[in-house]
Design a protein around this ligand. Structure first.
Ligand code: ADP
Ligand code: ZN
Length: 613
């Protein structure tokens, strides 16, 4: 009876405040565990729904929940979205002035705040003051991997959080993270001194993210593909990750030249320029951010619809974390990875020069295997994170378009023979020039134009050679001597093909070709293009657009990001369900009572008008 009551209560609170009808896997067990005052460790992928796990207990328990978070921007985002649901949440960090803090302290002591977000430094300095004066329901440690030197975002301030357990032995602690291997996991438990914590690990699969890899593209092809990709996704924002600062700027400039609102984000910019880029992105003032890896940790923007990797990332961890920034709201989102020989050369160099050569080369190797895979890519990712998947995903390029092979022995022989004839003293650029029969000074100086193989690969375009060479490298026919000017060295396996003892199977290269014209992005389509009768799908799109514009207006009025007013997922549900009364509006998933009362009237009006058109 009692547990039944509690369960009903939990679901009721979930619906009232967050507008959700049911829990996601593990959420309910986690909430239950915290309500039983037990320590808890939660591992869930980005977008998995970690926040609810401690926010719901905070609402159901007496007192204030103290949430430790490493970044001011993350706190801001969380506090805004809680407030947008009518929940009393506040943040205490170095952004506040003295009066704000004095007010905040008073509200806390009066028991008016349900969730207090706080930086680790502040937490320590308030340990014997504010925290002793208020009733604390629970401690939540967000981004808990920051406590471990093994993790990738180590923050020394986090290590002092062990004081919490000593000072508040009876208050439950819940630690949450999206990235923690076994060592980091143990470290979190050990350092926070958690008492027999229950560990909840959810699947790291993100089925709503599509996976796509393009191999061996040169800059021109990348540009064309990126423009096509973005033109197909007007008004949908995304991130392009690049290996260098310089590249982020070039790509952003290229996009701007094509009328796409883009900005850059990298460590070479001033703090204020970086803040501006982030704010512009969060508030949908720019569609695209071209960034180095530094971008994204500080944002919770739920409607990032796509991620492009302009270059190969250095490890699967980085890759998965970066694509994880798309589709946090669970709506279908796309990811695209470009993978070229040049990237591989550069990244291998970085790895060799790093302090941890072996580990980093191994990580790069695994990343390369992913990019090269001819089995379902999601299987490889999940397998890497220690999960097994017993079927193909159907949402990656390999599943959708399985690679076809052909007997490429002659192609391979041409390339290997050119390498042999130069005494293995050339890199890929020179090799392709020899095969294609191109003349340039360095080539003729060395007499390579006199070789028997000069021009034997003229029938294959240079970019296809790039692709084939990458395939040959991955099949182990040659190696790149990174310590010898990246010269190519034929392996034993390569020799077997070269001398006709074995055949080589290559993957057929498929490319869709379409020239891209420069065009300006316009919000309204030109009149002649608008058909008189719209299909259902087009109608849905039009309504979505109208709702999106209303959402943006409401967001701007309150100076909060649009996705905090309503998520993309909720907008899609509104389009599908078309509620025409405020009550119906309140039943849509993601709309709690507070949002129903605040926004219901205006959204319902737009929907009604649209339906009467
Ligand atoms: P995380 O912190 O794990 O990255 P969030 O807590 O931000 O993820 O949740 C990701 C998205 O999923 C948010 O838009 C959130 O509102 C939504 N969400 C969480 N729990 C549920 C649920 N039970 N039902 C529907 N949506 C949910
Ligand atoms: Zn797949």
């Amino acid at each position: 009876m009692y547990t039944h009551f509690k369960e009903k209560n939990m679901l009721h609170t979930l619906k009232t405040y967050f507008g959700y009808d049911s829990f996601r896997p593990l959420q309910q067990d986690i909430v239950q565990n915290i309500l039983s005052l037990k320590d808890t460790l939660v591992l869930m992928p980005t977008g998995g729904g970690k926040s609810i796990c401690y926010q719901l207990p905070a609402l159901l328990m007496e007192g204030t929940a103290i949430v430790v978070s490493p970044l001011i921007s993350l706190m801001k985002d969380q506090v805004e979205s809680l407030q947008a649901n009518g929940i009393a949440a506040k943040a205490m960090n170095s952004n506040n002035d003295e009066t704000e803090n004095a007010n905040l302290r008073r509200e806390c002591v009066q028991g008016k705040i349900k969730l207090l977000y706080i930086s680790p430094e502040r937490l320590l300095s308030e340990m014997n003051f504010l925290l002793k004066d208020i009733k604390i329901s629970l401690f939540a440690i967000d981004e808990a991997h920051c406590i471990s030197q093994w993790g990738h975002d180590f923050r020394p301030e986090y290590t002092q959080l062990k004081a919490i357990r000593e000072q508040f032995p009876r208050v439950p602690i819940v630690a949450l993270t999206a990235t923690a291997d076994k060592i980091t996991r143990q470290d979190i438990i050990h350092q926070l001194n958690l008492k027999e914590p229950q560990i909840f690990i959810s699947s790291f699969d993100r089925p709503n993210l599509s996976l796509d890899v393009r191999r061996g593209y040169q800059q021109k092809d990348k540009t064309r593909t990126i423009l096509e990709f973005i033109f197909k996704r007007r008004n949908e924002c995304g991130i392009i990750y690049c290996m260098s600062r310089d590249k982020t700027e070039k790509v952003a400039e290229m996009l701007l030249n094509h009328g796409i609102k883009a900005t850059v984000y990298h460590a070479g910019l001033s703090a204020s320029a970086r803040d501006k880029a982030q704010e512009d992105f969060i508030n949908d003032r720019v569609q695209v951010v071209c960034a180095t890896i530094a971008f994204g940790m500080g944002i919770d923007k739920s409607n990032v619809r796509w991620i492009i990797h302009y270059n190969l990332p250095k490890s699967i961890e980085s890759f998965y974390q970066e694509i994880g920034r798309a589709g946090r709201d669970g709506v279908k989102s796309d990811t695209l990875l470009f993978y070229s020989l040049g990237d591989l050369v550069m990244l291998s160099k970085f790895a060799m020069d790093s302090g941890q050569q072996q580990i980093n080369l191994e990580k790069l190797n695994r990343m390369q295997q992913y990019a090269e895979s001819d089995i379902c890519r999601r299987r490889i990712l999940l397998n890497y994170f220690g999960e097994t998947m017993d079927r193909d995903c159907g949402n990656c390029d390999v599943c959708r378009n399985p690679p076809e092979r052909f007997d490429g022995t002659i192609v391979v022989q041409k390339a290997l023979s050119a390498i042999i004839r130069t005494d293995q003293q050339i890199g890929t650029r020179m090799l392709i020039a020899i095969l294609r029969g191109n003349y340039f000074e360095e080539l003729t100086e060395k007499g390579y134009d006199k070789l028997k193989t000069f021009g034997v690969g003229r029938d294959i375009p240079a970019r296809d050679w790039q692709d084939y060479l990458l395939q040959m490298l991955n099949m182990g026919y040659f190696e790149i001597a990174y310590n010898e000017n990246n010269h190519l060295k034929i392996t034993e396996a390569g020799k077997k093909v070269l001398y006709g003892q074995e055949k080589a199977q290559l993957v057929v290269i498929k490319r869709e070709e379409k020239p891209i014209k420069k065009k300006k992005q316009t919000a309204t389509p030109l009149l002649p293009q608008t058909p008189l009768v719209l299909s259902e799908e087009e109608k849905d799109k039009e309504l979505f657009e109208e709702l999106r514009i209303l959402r943006k207006r409401l967001a701007d009025q309150q100076a909060i990001p649009a996705y905090i007013v309503l998520s993309d997922k909720t907008l899609h549900l509104l389009v599908a369900q078309r509620p025409t009364t405020i009550e119906e509006f309140g039943l849509v998933s993601g709309i709690g009572e507070y949002k129903r009362d605040r926004y219901g009237k205006e959204f319902v009006e737009v929907i009604r008008k649209f339906m009467n058109k």
